[in-house]
Structure formats: structure tokens, C-alpha cells
Design a binder for this molecule. Structure first.
Ligand code: PEP
Length: 224
């Protein structure tokens, strides 16, 4: 369990070294000036992690469940730790779509915990699926995790979000089930961040598209 509201940037497969360096420098300056109460986390592609330094936390977007070995193209949780990552996003719907099972995601969470990396565990239903049954099933695998990110799959990158009432009641459902802090993800942006982050049961925001520009990401942070 974390104690602060958490605002995390998921850059996905975007960004150049120059963009990463300038984003980090501007974010660092912003945080020093504004002193936000929230925990700010930036999750760029692995090869940009060492380009980003400042008064924010860093996270990976995935990790492997083994610590080392013959796993071409993979990154272990320990490697993330060595690259100064405090967090890792696991179970993102874009990875579940590529075939990651709940069992595998749970193994990754166990590996992250063993490496001392906090897990942001993503869950969410697809359009037309029953929220309660999908979420309850996914939460069965949320064992070694620190924070949940509730991301309705149909809201990711679409500009669509559930209503504020729905977001709040769904977060309460999740919180009651697992006792963990629950972030919201899915088309969060500078226009809706204030209302969403003010909801009683929302413990953070996971931001994709709107985290790629420093001005929209800092507007989201300021909105809290
Ligand atoms: C995400 O992919 O985690 C996400 C929330 O994306 P977006 O903000 O672009 O919907």
C-alpha cells in the first residue's frame, strides 16, 4: 500500500533520447517549483530510462519473471532496479492482448517484489464485458502488487471515459475487494484530470497519450 496519490506516465513505445532528456529536465524543474503532493512516476521505453534524471520516480513498462538467463529481448526486474526503477507496470491490456496470461503476470509480480520493485497492476474489462466478473477474476492474481490501475480497455487511447460516478463506484468495488490503492487509467487528460482525481476512491492516474507532452503531463499533475 502506498500513501500518496500517484500520477504515472506510460510512454509506451514512444520517445527519442532528446525528447526524454528535455521532458525529464522540464519535469524536474516543475516538481522543484510546484512541490506536488503526488508521487510522480515516469515509465519510458527501457532504453530511455538512463536518459531521464530528476526529482521523480522511474518505472518499467514490463519485466520478465526470471532473474536472468537465455530470454532474448527480455528485461528482468533486477535490471529495472539497477536502472533506478522503483516501479513496474504489469498486466497492461496491450500486453494481455499480445497473449500474456494472468498466471504469467502474477509470476512477473512475484519477481518484481523479490527484486524490490513496486508493481502497478493493470486490470480492466473490454467493451461489452461484465465489469464485476472480469475484475474479480483478474484480482485473483493481484498477489505481490502494490497498487492497482483500473483501466477500462475501451477507454485506453480512445478519448472515451466512464462517467465520474462509474469511475468512483468501480474504484470502490476494487478497493473493497483487494484493500489496495486504485489508480484510474484511460484517456485521462488535462481537461478531466481535476474531476477524476478528486473522486474519493481514486488513488492515482495512469496516463498514456497525455503524458507524452510535458505541458499536458504537468497540467494533469497541477489539476490534482
Ligand atoms: C494507458 O495505456 O495506460 C493509458 C491510460 O493510455 P491513454 O491515457 O492514452 O488512454
Amino acid at each position: 500500500m502506498l500513501d500518496k496519490f500517484i500520477i504515472a506516465a506510460n510512454w509506451k513505445m514512444n520517445g527519442t533520447p532528446a525528447e526524454a532528456r528535455s521532458f525529464a529536465a522540464e519535469l524536474d524543474e516543475f516538481i522543484r517549483e510546484v512541490q506536488p503532493q503526488s508521487e510522480i512516476v515516469v515509465c519510458p521505453p527501457y532504453i530511455l530510462l538512463n536518459e531521464m534524471h530528476g526529482s521523480f520516480k522511474k518505472g518499467g513498462q514490463n519485466c520478465h519473471h526470471e532473474t536472468s538467463g537465455a530470454f532474448t529481448g527480455e528485461i528482468s526486474a533486477k535490471m529495472l532496479k539497477n536502472a533506478a526503477c522503483e516501479y513496474v507496470i504489469l498486466g497492461h491490456s496491450e500486453r494481455r492482448e499480445m497473449g500474456e496470461s494472468s498466471e504469467l503476470i502474477a509470476k512477473k509480480a512475484q519477481a518484481a517484489k523479490a527484486a524490490g520493485v513496486k508493481v502497478i497492476f493493470c486490470i480492466g474489462e473490454k467493451e461489452g464485458e461484465d465489469f464485476e466478473s472480469v475484475i474479480s477474476e483478474q484480482l485473483n492474481f493481484a498477489v505481490d502488487v502494490d497498487v492497482i490501475a483500473y483501466e477500462p480497455v475501451w477507454a485506453i487511447g480512445t478519448g472515451k471515459t466512464p462517467s465520474l460516478e462509474e469511475i468512483n463506484s468501480r474504484h470502490k468495488f476494487i478497493k473493497d475487494k483487494c484493500g489496495l490503492q486504485v489508480m484510474y487509467g484511460g484517456s485521462a487528460n488535462p481537461d478531466n484530470a481535476k474531476d477524476i482525481s478528486a473522486l474519493q476512491n481514486v488513488g492515482g492516474l495512469l496516463v498514456g497519450g497525455a503524458s507524452l507532452s510535458i505541458s499536458s503531463f504537468t497540467s494533469i499533475i497541477e489539476a490534482k
